[in-house]
Design a protein around this ligand. Structure first.
Ligand code: ITT
Length: 190
C-alpha cells in the first residue's frame, strides 16, 4: 500500500524510510500544494493538521509526524516551536545553548506525534514516541539533523549527531512512534 508522508522535511522522509521494515508499505511525498498551517497548540494537534492537509489533497492514506525538542529547564520549550525557534538550524542550536547557559538541569526529550488518516478521512491511528536525554554544552557531530548535535540520549556519552544513523533509528522518538504505526498497519490494515 502507498501512504503519503505529510511532511516537507527530507530528513524525516529519509529516516522513516530507513526505519521501515516491510516492503508492503511505500511512503510517497505529498501532492503539490501541501503547505499546512501549523496552528495547533500541541504536537498531536499539529500532526493531525498536517495529516488532514495531505488527505484533503489526495483522499488517500496520509501519515504525519509532528516532533520537537522539549527542555525541562525551559518549561518544555522549544517544543512545538522547534522548527521556528530561530532562522537556521545553527541559530536554533545557539539559542538553546545560550538559554541554558549556567543552568545545571540539562534534562530534555524529543517527542514525535504521528497521525494516520484513512482514505475515508477518519483518524485511523495516532501515537507518540519519546526519546529522553540531556543537552550538552557545545554542539558535536554531523549526522542527523536539527538539534541532534546538542542532544545526548540517556545511556550514551555521545550526541545523536555522533551516532551512526542506524543507531539513531533504533532509539529515536520517530522510530518509537513509527514502530507503533507499522504494527497497526500490519495487524489492522494489510
Ligand atoms: P514538517 O512540518 O514539514 O514535517 P518540520 O521540520 O517543520 O517539517 P516539525 O514542525 O515537526 O517539522 O518540527 C520539527 C523540528 O523539531 C525539526 O525541524 C527539528 O528542529 C526538531 N526535530 C524533530 N525531530 C528531530 C530529530 O530527530 N533530531 C533533531 N531535531 C529534531
Amino acid at each position: 500500500m502507498k501512504i503519503i508522508l505529510s511532511t516537507s522535511n527530507p530528513h524525516k522522509v529519509k529516516e522513516i524510510n530507513e526505519i521501515m521494515d516491510t516492503n508492503d508499505v511505500e511512503f510517497i511525498l505529498p501532492p503539490d500544494g501541501f503547505d499546512p498551517d501549523e496552528t495547533g497548540t500541541t504536537f498531536a494537534e499539529n500532526s493531525l493538521i498536517k495529516a488532514k492537509t495531505a488527505w484533503e489533497l489526495s483522499h488517500d492514506w496520509s501519515l504525519a509526524d509532528d516532533s520537537g525538542l522539549c527542555i525541562d529547564a525551559l518549561g518544555g520549550q522549544p517544543g512545538i516551536y522547534s522548527a521556528r525557534y530561530a532562522e537556521t538550524p545553527q541559530k536554533r542550536i545557539e539559542r538553546v545553548l545560550k538559554e541554558l547557559d549556567g543552568i545545571k538541569n540539562r534534562k530534555a526529550h524529543f517527542t514525535c506525534c504521528m497521525t494516520l488518516i484513512a482514505p475515508d478521512g477518519s483518524i485511523a491511528f495516532a501515537c507518540e514516541g519519546i526519546c529522553k536525554g540531556s543537552i550538552i554544552e557545545e554542539a558535536k557531530g554531523t549526522n542527523g539533523f536539527g538539534y541532534d548535535p546538542i542532544f545526548m540520549p540517556e545511556g550514551y556519552n555521545k550526541t545523536i549527531a555522533e551516532l551512526p544513523e542506524d543507531e539513531k533509528n533504533r532509539i529515536s522518538h520517530r522510530s518509537k512512534a513509527l514502530v507503533k504505526v507499522i504494527d497497526y498497519i500490519k495487524t489492522q490494515v494489510l
